[in-house]
Design a protein. Structure first.
Length: 654
């Protein structure tokens, strides 16, 4: 009975770790293993292949000859496509012609064709032995690694190790390095030394490829053990351009997570949704968890919650709440190591019903063993100012033409403000307050006014951020500390944000079973914004024929729908909001391992937050004029209107 040829390869495949690190494409037919007799291989083959991959060519040859082909699946990774035409040619001649052209060769043993990379002949090596480099490739346990690819740097010429991990390759002049690569291992770049021709290369496992750790806030384990829907991202994959927040940096980086900036201003909270809106009632925000501690919102309520107990509206509360920031506004983005999002119902087993909106888990950086490492990072960002260039909005000439057509077609309405622009001048003419000549002169002036509200109310946003951290320690005690400063001037004039932060973390290994860590973090931030003015809404909806300034440089006022004088620049400068937040976060984490399967963890945290929100409008604003019932300075203390006014002096502060 014929000896089973597969037994020869079985001894090769017994090499330790062979199946774990090498992917082989093995094309076998059951007939070759059955051992029923000698295989009949046809002498000739006919092929007509156009621009096919080498894998396809090998598959066709297998079908034509009935032989088994064995090769490393990475061998043809960079190979070019081939065109093969053969009519009744010897199959070995066809195979040899195609493989040699692409830098490969083959061996035929017991009906198995082994394809490998072509190496220089022994004759050539002997003739120039000084250029032959030999070596051995092993893993961290000193076990030989078969099938490792060795390439001459800058070329596609190379070889692979044999079953004992040995290799031999001729190095031409001009090549000073070898590239050693293997599946599941870190690629090594071997620098060749003068007069040294034998090397031993130790390859290390690529932990990133072998597995990924999932952090749920309470435990860490391999992703393969996680049954729920999870997305993760490391800090180095996030991009902070100086004007965005941590939430905005996550936009588009994690599937199922949507971040929305509802106002376009800096320093405001973002709307975060994980897999959409899960409820129409109650909170729709996900849970933020930092180092195992659930972060609470500084102001965990909105106007809808308090509207039943008082006169709460957007003018005196929601604006303050929006500028306070979210529950993680205190966190320095440079202190983040990784972010994990738990997106399905399985997260409720850890965090309860509050996790129905999703859980975003943040792990911060910790100290590492070694000498003190000091890291400083700074960023400076200047962005483009918003303009009319990309907005399809009418200029003053077009707006006057539309107003003229509206009047000529009799399309006037009583609910519009007919005291400004073309309508205002027309009313003065119809009421015989101005002559026809004055009317034409004022209309011509309106057509050329073309006020650029975006240039007046907006600017180039500018920000600069600085962060310095120190990390180090011994095997028993490790530390990490950081200081940060951030200053951002938003694109809208009057919208600024400034913050300071500090963080100290200590990790201690008391015994082999007992570990402790302590973290103290604090931050202080100030955000300035608007209360009764929305710059973007005004710039996009206001007639450009309205002048912002008089010819002498004074502010130009017009009569608004309320009947009182209004100028958006005055309204912006005489009102606003200022919000100061001070937060202190501390946590203590104790871990004790009773056995390998029984562990104890105690996590305690104390969070203190102070929020001071101020909003105001002075007596010079149109907003206060509506409360006062007359324009600023229109009446004196002796007048009845002054005496009967609910707010004759002063403005509003809350």
């Amino acid at each position: 009975m014929k000896k089973n040829p597969f037994l020869k390869w079985k001894r090769l495949l017994k090499c330790k770790g062979f199946f774990h690190v090498v992917s082989l494409t093995l094309i076998l037919t059951l007939g070759s293993l059955a051992g029923y007799g000698a295989k009949v291989v046809p002498d000739t083959v006919s092929l007509n292949l156009k621009e096919v991959k080498l894998e396809r060519f090998v598959e066709v040859m297998k079908q034509k000859t009935g032989l088994n082909f064995l090769y490393n699946s990475l061998l043809f990774k960079d190979a070019k496509t081939v065109t093969v035409e053969a009519k009744g040619e010897n199959w070995e001649a066809v195979l040899k012609r195609v493989l040699e052209k692409e830098g490969f060769t083959y061996d035929l043993k017991d009906d198995i064709v082994v394809i490998k990379r072509k190496v220089e002949s022994n004759t050539r090596q002997v003739s120039d032995p000084s250029n032959v480099v030999k070596g051995k490739i092993v893993d961290s346990n000193k076990e030989p690694l078969p099938g490792v690819t060795i390439l001459l740097k800058g070329t596609s010429v190379g070889t692979v190790t044999d079953s004992k991990g040995d290799f031999s390759i001729r190095v031409p002049q001009g090549v000073d390095s070898l590239i050693v690569s293997f599946v599941g291992m870190q690629t090594r770049y071997l620098k060749l030394e003068k007069d040294k021709f034998e090397y031993t290369v130790v390859m290390k496992e690529d932990m990133t490829q072998l597995g990924e750790v999932v952090i749920t806030g309470y435990q860490e384990f391999d992703r393969s053990r996680m049954a729920g829907s999870v997305s993760s991202i490391k800090a180095e994959d996030l991009h902070f351009n100086g004007t965005n927040t941590l939430e905005q940096a996550l936009q588009g980086r994690l599937p199922g997570v949507v971040i929305t900036n509802t106002s376009g201003l800096v320093g405001v909270r973002q709307k975060t949704r994980v897999r959409g809106t899960s409820t129409l009632l109650g909170s729709q925000e996900p849970i933020w968890v930092v180092d195992g501690i659930i972060q609470e919102d500084p102001l965990p309520f909105d106007t809808k919650t308090l509207s039943s107990v008082g006169d709460i509206n957007s003018d005196n509360f929601d604006y303050i709440r929006n500028f306070v920031g979210s529950s993680i506004s205190w966190l320095n983005p440079n202190d983040i190591e990784s972010i994990t999002v738990l997106k399905d119902a399985s997260s409720t087993a850890i965090y309860g019903v509050r996790a129905a909106n999703g859980v975003i888990v943040i792990k911060t950086k910790r100290g590492k063993t070694g000498r003190a490492s000091i890291t400083y990072s700074a960023s400076l960002n200047v962005a483009e100012q918003v303009t009319y260039d990309k907005l399809e909005l009418m200029n003053s000439k077009e707006r006057v033409d539309v107003s003229r057509e509206i009047f000529q077609r009799g399309l006037t309405a009583t609910w519009t403000n007919n005291n400004i622009g073309y309508a205002g001048v027309l009313n003065q003419y119809l009421n015989k307050e101005i002559t026809a000549e004055q009317f034409e002169r004022q209309v011509a002036k309106l057509e050329t006014t073309n006020t650029d509200w975006f240039d007046i109310l907006f600017r180039n946003p500018f920000s600069h951020n600085h962060s310095i951290s120190v990390s180090g320690g011994s095997e028993d005690v490790r530390y990490y500390t950081s200081l940060s400063y951030s200053s951002t001037k938003g694109t809208a004039v009057g919208n600024d944000n400034e913050s300071y932060g500090a963080n100290v973390g200590v990790d201690m290994t008391v015994t082999d079973k007992f570990r402790a860590s302590f973290t103290l973090a604090g931050s202080h931030g100030t955000t300035k914004g608007f209360t009764i003015v929305s710059p973007y809404e005004y710039a996009t909806k206001t007639n450009r024929a309205i002048a912002a300034y008089e010819d002498n440089g004074d502010l130009a006022y017009y009569q608004k729908e309320s009947g009182f004088l209004f100028n958006v620049i005055n309204e912006r400068d005489e009102s606003g909001t200022s919000n100061k937040t001070l937060s202190l976060n501390t946590n203590l984490n104790l871990n004790y391992d009773f056995t390998e399967s029984l562990k104890f963890q105690m996590l305690r945290s104390v969070n203190i937050a102070s929020v001071i929100g101020e909003s105001w409008a002075t007596e010079r604003t149109e907003y206060i004029a509506k409360i006062r019932r007359y324009d600023y300075g229109a009446y004196k203390a002796i007048d009845s209107e002054y005496k009967n006014s609910p707010l004759p002096v002063g403005g509003e502060y809350s």
